[in-house]
Design a binder for this molecule. Structure first.
Ligand SMILES: Cc1cc2nc3c(=O)[nH]c(=O)nc-3n(C[C@H](O)[C@H](O)[C@H](O)COP(=O)(O)O)c2cc1C
Length: 356
């Protein structure tokens, strides 16, 4: 239905797509697919943790910490919950549209302006602590500092959330430093003093006090200038971080307009002008691949003392996008749902077949 929806009057299309996405997700996480097997030779070991496939969902798909059983049964290489904040967030509403999204299926692109809706660290950590694990499908939690409050309060919330996820037994933590949909927050388009202060706080108060193997990675936007990202790598490693995810959605609307098919241009203009939001999907592929390549070369040249991983996220649509990188980790969101539309619950099995 999505290609047809994208050609409706833009206002109507956004209403239907936004309500449709919420309804779809409610049903999706309640599915009970038959567990599928994934060949064991595709397992990748990172930070001494086994991921049975080098791909898992990107943050934002399971904001409430639900849906693990679904993707674990599908054969996912792992699972990420969140992003959560200390205080629960309602998310964005504008012009009567709750959590606005638009999909441009002919172009392989999507927009979202959700505004980080989530029930808070405590609720999600509690839910994650009760999950029955499936071997080779580790659990990650994505967290962010609260915006709109004093820095000390925001950092304290981050520290409390970290402790909750640690106690819940998650396998790794992502620090989301790149959400474009939160007003007056760290926008994530540049490495500024606020970001460095947050990273230093995490390093001093959280990373150095870990009592178990709990890797922590920082997720940035691929809109951040490459030289700033490369400068951050040795800094993060010295602070004790375990890697970087590149990256989040893009707000480079002008640049990416060229990739939108004519039939979807009207919807694209309406959404980016009315809501703004972040762009995801195939438009990010080149940007993320280029940045990830440069970052991995930088890690190799620095011959760092500890294992520091660069995780690719953005525009991954299938096994062909991870060719030659089977020993590295990848995340997907928009491409996952394009593939789900095609293969249903066999989505990870098809990915594994493609890799083989
Ligand atoms: C609807 C939607 C919600 C998202 N929410 C989050 C989020 O809560 N935290 C986060 O770090 N990234 C979030 N993202 C960004 C994705 O994790 C990912 O970085 C981005 O979509 C690029 O990957 P893709 O091209 O595979 O979609 C969201 C993306 C979408 C489409």
């Amino acid at each position: 239905m999505r290609p047809t929806l994208a050609t409706l009057p833009p206002k109507v299309a956004v209403k239907i797509m936004s309500a449709g996405r919420r309804a779809f997700m409610r049903r999706f996480v309640a599915e009970t697919p038959k567990p599928l097997t994934i060949p064991t030779n595709l397992t990748v070991k990172i930070w001494d943790i086994s991921f049975r496939l080098p791909i898992l969902n990107a943050a934002g798909m399971f904001k409430n910490g639900e849906g693990y059983a679904v993707v674990a049964a599908q054969g996912a290489g792992g699972y990420v919950a969140g992003t959560t904040t200390f205080t629960a967030r309602e998310g964005n509403v504008r012009d009567g549209v709750k959590w606005p999204v638009a999909m441009y299926p002919l172009s392989g692109v999507a927009s979202n302006w959700l505004g980080l809706p989530n029930p808070g660290h405590a609720e999600v950590a509690k839910r994650l602590s009760t999950i029955s694990r499936v071997a080779g499908c580790p659990i990650g939690a994505s967290m962010s500092a609260d915006s709109g409050v004093e820095e000390t309060i925001s950092l304290d919330g981050l520290a409390q959330g970290f402790a909750m996820y640690d106690k819940a037994g998650v396998d790794f933590i992502e620090i989301n430093e790149s959400c474009p949909n939160v007003t007056d927050a760290h926008h994530g388009l540049q490495v500024d003093a606020g970001l460095i202060r947050r990273l230093e706080f995490i390093a001093q108060h959280l990373l150095h006090k870990r009592t178990r193997n709990l890797p922590v990675v920082v997720k940035l936007s691929t809109d951040v200038a490459a030289d700033q990202i490369l400068d951050l790598i040795p800094m993060l490693e010295t602070m004790g971080f375990d890697g970087m995810i590149l990256g989040n959605t893009s707000t480079n609307y002008g640049v990416h307009r060229a990739d939108i098919q004519p039939a979807e241009e009207g919807l694209y203009e309406y959404f980016t002008q009315t809501f703004g939001g972040g762009l995801s999907g195939s438009v990010l592929r080149g940007q993320s691949a280029e940045l990830v390549g440069a970052a991995r070369r930088c890690v190799a040249e620095l011959s760092l003392r500890k294992e520091f991983r660069i995780i690719q996220c953005g525009g991954i649509c299938g096994a062909e996008d991870v060719v030659g990188q089977a020993d590295e980790l990848h995340q997907w969101y928009s491409g996952y749902f394009d593939q789900f539309a095609r293969y249903g619950h066999r989505v990870y099995q098809e990915f594994a077949r493609g890799m083989a």
